[in-house]
Design a protein around this ligand. Structure first.
Ligand SMILES: Nc1ncnc2c1ncn2[C@@H]1O[C@H](COP(=O)(O)OP(=O)(O)OP(=O)(O)O)[C@@H](O)[C@H]1O
Ligand SMILES: [Mg+2]
Length: 316
């Protein structure tokens, strides 16, 4: 546990179950051609990307029941370190039905078990045990029913007492409330940024001017991901725009999570803004080139980072 410099938090993890069906029809008996299960949840995805990292990563969170045990088994098989609190109820399963003929995916997502009793307190106790040896804390994804949308803000305040840098990747009230506690880094995608700013952006200038406003609240780095169009990074008045790598896109699931993992790695290793941007965009692009819920590993992103084209923009 001593070398786990990057801690990830997934309060509402899941098992992703993907089935392939020829010609999926509702209201009929459908037969599967292929089934696959993966560990899911945004913080867990970040830990998966970092599983071959020399910085070490530890996944924290709340799991439950048999599905929770299956999740732990999958992560053990992937060399991901974890230390979960076992709460009540079953860890949720998110079903993805892929129709091989139409190539359409239907998602059926469970909300996850409600957090009850002392579970959240046990989580905080665990967090406080690991924070003294950590450098970066990643808070990512949705939270389970029964959990307040100020939960990330509370965790950020605790992390700051231990001088641990927080990277927040969330949407809606979780992001807005989290920003209130001033994390070091946020990584909204463009839709999450528009939600936060309550406006649609029509050009890059508008995006950058909104980043300036958010950064004035004390946030060191804002990374806005733009899907296939790459990302914009804003740090202390410096703006870098990075282009995605030209990859054969197979599945964009987890691209943003890969980018967050790379930012966490770059923070622990004190990369400058240029190197951080290149590594982050390389990680996202590499994950886009992988099937289903497969994610890149940080070593691959580091090897490819030099190929990412960046442009420094003079702040408006
Ligand atoms: N179609 C694509 N082609 C190439 N690179 C991509 C593509 N989609 C995403 N990426 C890369 O991944 C990064 C993050 O992607 P995106 O903006 O989709 O994140 P996100 O919406 O947060 O994803 P997530 O579903 O993981 O939360 C992008 O900045 C880009 O580098
Ligand atoms: Mg995302």
């Amino acid at each position: 546990m001593t070398n786990n410099k990057i801690i990830t938090v997934t309060l509402n993890p899941c098992i992703d179950k993907t089935v392939e069906i020829n010609n999926f029809k509702t209201g009929m008996v459908n037969r599967t051609l292929y089934t696959r299960i993966d560990a899911g949840g945004k913080g867990i995805n970040v830990s998966r990307v970092l599983s071959d990292s020399d910085a070490g990563s530890l996944a924290l969170g709340i799991i439950g029941g048999m599905q929770g045990k299956i999740l732990e088994d999958i992560l053990t098989g992937e060399n991901v370190c974890f230390d979960f609190i076992h709460g009540s109820g079953e860890t949720r399963t998110n079903l993805k039905i892929y129709d091989k003929i139409t190539r359409i995916t239907t998602d059926i997502n469970e909300p996850g078990p409600e957090i009850t009793g002392n579970t959240l307190n046990l989580f905080y106790e665990k967090l406080i045990c690991v924070l003294p040896n950590a450098r970066v804390l990643v808070l990512a994804g949705s939270v389970p029913p029964g959990c307040d949308t100020s939960v990330y803000a509370s965790i950020i305040k605790i992390a700051k007492e231990y001088n641990v840098k927080v990277i927040l990747d969330a949407d809606g009230e979780l992001l807005a409330n989290g920003i209130g506690a001033v994390p070091a880094v946020i990584k909204p995608n463009i839709h999450e940024l528009e939600n936060l700013c309550k406006k649609k952006f029509t050009d890059e200038k508008e995006i950058i001017s909104s980043l300036k406003d958010i950064s004035n609240k004390g946030i060191e780095l804002i990374a806005v991901s733009l899907g296939k169009d790459g990302a914009i990074f804003y740090n202390n008045g410096k703006v870098i725009k990075a282009k995605s790598l030209d990859v054969n896109v197979k599945s964009t699931v987890g691209c943003g999570d890969s980018m967050v993992a790379a930012i966490a790695y770059a923070s622990v290793n004190n990369f400058d803004l240029q190197m951080l941007s290149k590594t982050a965009v390389a990680a996202g692009s590499l994950t886009a080139s992988k099937d289903g819920t497969n994610m890149c590993r940080i070593t691959e992103a580091l090897k490819t980072a030099a190929n990412v084209e960046i442009q420094t923009i003079t702040e408006i």
